[in-house]
Design a protein around this ligand. Sequence first.
Ligand code: 5AD
Ligand code: SF4
Length: 476
Amino acid sequence: MQKPNFEEARTTDKRSYETKKFALEEKYQNYFKGKTYFLKTYGCQMNEHDSENIEAILENLGFQKIENYEQADLILLNTCSIRENAHNKAFGMLGRCKHLKEKKKDLMIGLCGCMAQEEVVVEKVLAHYPWLNFVVGTHNFYEIPKLLVRSLKEGLQVEVYSRERDLVEGMPTHRAHSYKAYVNIIYGCDKFCTYCIVPFTRGRQRSRTKEAILEEIQNLIKDGYKEVVLLGQNVNAYGKDLYDDYGFGELLEDVSLLNIPRIRFVTSHPWDFTDEMIDLIAKYPNIMPSIHLPVQSGSNRILKRMGRRYTKESYLHLVTKLKEKIPHLALSTDIIVGFPGETEEDFQETLSLVDTCQFDNAFTFIYSQRIGTAATKLKGQVDEKIKEERLQRLNEKVNGYFLQNNQRLVGQNLKVLVEGRSMKQKDAYFGYTETNKLVNFTGENIEVGEIVSVKIEEAKTWSLDGRKSEDFKASR
Ligand code: 5AD
Ligand code: SF4
């Protein structure tokens, strides 16, 4: 048994890892033929992409995916630690699993992902959920076959590495879409923002080699993919741990030259965003004009306490440069309210920053205390009621700008990558604009995976409605 340890995670040396190739041992191939699995994913795109790898591994073991957890032979939860409510959801699901397990003794259940990396979670699992088959961390998904098989004889297997070890290439992937693909470029994060658990659960920053990334994208292009989303907790730091003269800008340029129609990337950190990167995004039409740039707060005092390494002024300066250089730019952000010590004046500064930036989208959160992070030691925890009231005021403001920005698009023709048929409206489709806005639209001869021109007829807060048009001079 290997339990997680935050102190080890915090003190890991850089460059202490190697790259190795995934291979499923022969003896595990089809070991579970005829069995079914249900996989529930919580959290961010990184987790969604990990789940794409896990699904492919399970399918190599012979499992078949089903959507009803009550009928599955294996239930696997790929968990998220970022806020308390993500924890609560996963433990709620484990509670439901417990009832099922009482009725179905041979049901297999596993917990993996970020929560598995937390000391407190593993202690709780050992005390209250000893009937689980395995707990696997974010650094060793590839060991699921071995641990699952071993658990059938030996019971609960806990295998969580706090020090990330090897960077594993060549994991099989069961992609969720056939036209849009997630591609990891960098794992982990070195920023240690004081509220954030990610550097503990995902480890220190580790970039994949440029060769591995470009090869993966070339293969995606061959398979007909139209869009890649380059993934990392802080994509702008790409390469810093690996190369002296090759960073995110160079990678963006090389990916752009492969000629895939759409390139997106999440998430950007203002600290690592260089002028060179801005110029490249502006230069290449296949790099989408949509940037997710978390600000977290508009108060310098709070930004300092958060350990964000920029000021309100430097953030605004970056936003001005981005907007000047990248036509039609859509800017989105993350904001936390109620960070320890946040006063009404600090919060007003956040509202004022929102007025200046007029974001196209914003994910807003109430500060949630994470055990092990530096912010738990800060004085001045904000009352829950005040946090909720601030969140509501913030949401009213950001929503107003979403709608206002969308209304400007009414009457324009925009390029939309068709993602599927609309669930809500019969005979309608949905897709995303270059600026990452959701569009529901109607029209004839529409194929999923195509890029079409859509005339926008109506703006809503979180989406646009339109009709396919034949105007191929469509705007972004
Ligand atoms: N409490 C609330 N929000 C958080 N985030 C990260 N950690 C916390 C926390 N402890 C938010 C940040 C980050 C996003 C992914 O989640 O805004 O950008
Ligand atoms: Fe967390 Fe900060 Fe790293 Fe983002 S940059 S993952 S908020 S530590």
